[in-house]
Design a protein around this ligand. Structure first.
Ligand SMILES: *Cc1c(COP(=O)(O)O)cnc(C)c1O
Length: 413
């Protein structure tokens, strides 16, 4: 220790197989070790423009407004909602898990009129249910989660954007847990605003929230510009005035900062931008289809292994996310004891659960850099040993063998 009160940061090595954060890709870590640039340095603004171009590909969109909100994924969610919704406006929220509840908590603070399409945890909404709710409530905005990690289910979004346009509704989707691991087809789905984070399938650290915004949503947001935006630009047309209830998360101002006008807002989080840019480069070099296939193969192997240990996988196979799997904690086994053994004896973290699923399921992520054969096999081997230590009679070796067998079927190279 010496004069150094607590010693250097030297975290133990962990294999992070929970629902996020996960281990960061080494190239992203290296990019984040680079020094600062001034925020208007042409090298820095070029990096910003490159980051916008990279994330257009990641989000599968031509949206001009595709950039980063500085903060964790929740910053992207809050920026989207506070910029789309105002006190008294009506928002329809699809709630089928913890993150759907988070959307309504944020909308409530904004003072929006909230209507909900509530589903039991583990279910997803059908297009018919969404249409009926739109017809009944006539909201201005629809908000939902793509992959809700609390339930491990993925909401199908094909047709949702078109439906919203028919009813003249702006749509928002939180794709934090799926971006980089499952297709997030912004333009094909016709979703107006999608936000995400880095610490799930993007293989980066928490702290940056990529976001993409359609032209029609951007027009809505710009019309609500805060008076400060007018002052900064010398523009006397201040739209509808001081309506956006946050300065930091005012997307209109952040957009002007990312535009050619470079109107100062906050200081771009330089190190996070380096990381986000590298995470996207890693993804695009791999190729979107190859990357989605790798996540799918990882989950397929994980599910095969869990089932071979006679464990029951949570939820409907048709809607399970390709990157995080819920598994029922067997009768008589203390879930926290198993997690502790996994961490202490093997250095592996798996996730617990929230709300109605707390203490009932574990959540095992196969995401980003950890969507690898070795990580899946190590996790299954360790889980088997920890279950056995807690008195569960798992078939020894069966989990790893079953996972390996899926690789031999060509699902995983
Ligand atoms: C993990 C996750 C978040 C997390 O937000 P943070 O602010 O980065 O903690 C948000 N939404 C979903 C769907 C998630 O899975």
């Amino acid at each position: 220790m010496g004069n150094d009160f607590f010693g250097q940061i030297d975290p133990p090595q962990r294999l992070l197989m929970g629902p996020g954060p996960v281990n960061v890709h080494p190239r992203v870590l290296r990019a984040m070790a680079a020094d600062m640039l001034g925020q208007f340095d042409p090298e820095m603004t070029a990096y910003m423009n490159e980051t916008m171009a990279l994330y257009r590909q990641v989000f599968m969109t031509d949206n001009r407004w595709t950039f980063l909100v500085d903060g964790t994924a929740r910053a992207g969610i809050e920026a989207a909602l506070v910029s789309l919704v105002e006190p008294g406006s009506k928002i329809l929220i699809v709630r089928a898990g913890r993150f759907g509840l988070l959307l309504s908590e944020i909308a409530e603070r904004i003072g929006a009129e909230i209507c909900t399409l509530d589903l039991p945890w583990g279910e997803v909404a059908s297009l018919e249910q969404i249409e009926e709710a739109l017809r009944t409530h006539r909201p201005q905005v629809l908000a939902c989660i793509h992959g809700d990690t609390s339930t491990t289910m993925a909401q199908p979004l094909d047709g949702v954007g078109a439906l919203c346009r028919t009813y003249d509704v702006l749509s928002y989707v939180d794709a934090t847990a799926t971006l980089g691991g499952m297709p997030v087809k912004t333009d094909a789905w016709g979703i107006d605003v999608i936000s995400a984070g880095l610490q799930k399938c993007m293989g980066g650290p928490p702290g940056s929230a990529p976001i993409t915004i359609s032209d029609r949503a951007a027009a809505h947001i710009m019309a609500r510009r805060h008076v400060e935006a007018g002052i900064r630009s010398g523009d006397t047309d201040n739209g509808r005035g001081a309506r956006i209830g946050s300065n930091y998360f005012d997307l209109a101002m952040i957009m002007e900062y990312w535009s050619e006008r470079r109107l100062n807002h906050h200081t771009e989080a330089t190190t996070m931008l380096y990381g986000a840019r590298e995470a996207a480069r890693v993804m695009l070099e791999e190729g979107l289809e190859a990357r989605f296939a790798r996540h799918k193969a990882g989950s397929t192997a994980m599910v095969a292994g869990l089932r071979a240990l006679d464990l029951t996988v949570f939820g409907n196979d048709a809607h399970r996310m390709a990157n995080v799997t819920g598994v029922w904690i067997p009768e008589g086994v203390d879930g926290e004891q198993v997690r502790q053994r996994m961490r202490e004896d093997f250095g592996i973290e798996i996730g617990t659960a929230f709300g109605p699923l707390a203490g009932k399921i574990w959540r095992i992520g196969v995401m980003g850099y950890n969507a690898r054969k070795q990580a899946v096999l190590q996790t299954l081997g360790a889980l088997e040993a920890c279950l056995a230590a807690e008195g569960y009679a798992a078939r020894r070796g069966a989990g790893v063998d079953a996972a390996l067998a899926t690789c031999q079927h060509g699902l995983w190279q």
